[in-house]
Design a binder for this molecule. Structure first.
Ligand SMILES: Nc1ncnc2c1ncn2[C@@H]1O[C@H](COP(=O)(O)OP(=O)(O)OP(=O)(O)O)[C@@H](O)[C@H]1O
Ligand SMILES: [Mg+2]
Length: 270
């Protein structure tokens, strides 16, 4: 369980806060989505939840961040990073740059945890398998497409087996098939009990994997609630978030005078 109570955050030297009054609870096994326009504060919230801000990034935090009931304020980064993993939008910031094969890259994190060799190997294959990229195991991570690198970076994160996961636009470089794969991996991880916070622009993905959604605007929570409700909110477009295709379709059908429910009923009777 990840919990934020009254959290605010200001980057060092910034004129104003990047986050204000954030309350958030992520239960184990729950996937919560984070949406909002550019500059709304999504990445900042990911950094705060994962503990990188202010620890590594600097700046000032207010309020309380707790992980499984413990205040993480005094936790050293190495302890925190075994409990909560963060995946960045750009895989090149995540890849170590010192390995020659995808397998070594994925094994890099667990190896640094000084786990037994068999455990490292088992975890690495399991992560490659989960993201269906085992065929890339012998490839040079530097010579992969951006989308493949994104999946490798994510496999490396999963091989660490963090109890909780924060993903900042993990599908930014992925095509629909890759996006679906990441979505399925997230659902499987959540089914295993991880709590997952995912910042995403792709609302179709959020609609399919998140139970709840948070929409940020200027560092504040503008909308929050069950995904279906938030994604149907008329404020969504004004907040710079694209409506998912199901909602767009329904609105277009309504605008064209067709009642989708009646149509669906008519089809069902046929
Ligand atoms: N290192 C930094 N120092 C000062 N201000 C920053 C820093 N990083 C981000 N900001 C500011 O914090 C605010 C929130 O930025 P953030 O990157 O969290 O937005 P975002 O929602 O992730 O946007 P995007 O969709 O473009 O990724 C913005 O006003 C941004 O300019
Ligand atoms: Mg961002």
């Amino acid at each position: 369980m990840i919990a934020l109570a009254g959290v605010g955050y200001r980057y060092a030297g910034a004129a104003g806060p990047a986050l204000l009054d954030i309350d958030l609870e992520l239960r184990d096994g729950e996937v919560v989505g984070l949406a909002g326009a550019s500059e709304a504060g999504k990445t900042t919230l990911c950094l705060v939840v994962s503990g990188l801000a202010p620890r590594t990034v600097g700046g000032q935090i207010r309020g309380q961040v707790t992980l499984d009931g413990e205040d993480v304020d005094a936790w050293p980064m190495h302890r925190l990073s075994q409990r909560i993993g963060i995946g960045f939008q750009n895989p090149s910031t995540q890849l170590s740059g010192v390995t020659d094969t995808v397998f070594e890259e994925v094994a890099f994190g667990p190896m640094n945890l000084a786990l037994p060799r068999v455990e490292v190997v088992a975890r690495s294959w399991a992560a490659l398998d989960l993201l269906r990229i085992d065929a890339l195991a012998e490839r040079d991570p530097r010579r992969l497409s951006g989308g493949q690198q994104q999946l490798v970076a994510m496999a490396g994160l999963l091989a660490m087996r963090p109890a909780h996961l924060v993903l900042d636009e993990p599908t930014a470089q992925l095509d629909p098939a890759g996006t679906r794969m990441v979505g399925e991996a997230i659902e499987r991880l959540a089914a295993d009990g991880a709590s997952i916070l995912i910042a995403e622009q792709k609302t179709d993905l959020l609609a399919s994997i998140c139970s709840r959604l948070l929409v940020l605007d200027g560092g504040r929570v503008a909308l929050s609630g069950p995904s279906a409700e938030v994604l149907a909110d008329l404020e969504l477009s004004r907040l710079g978030v694209a409506e998912p295709s199901e909602v767009r379709l329904r609105r277009a059908a309504d605008a064209a005078g067709a009642n989708v429910a009646r149509l669906a009923g008519a089809f069902a009777r046929d």
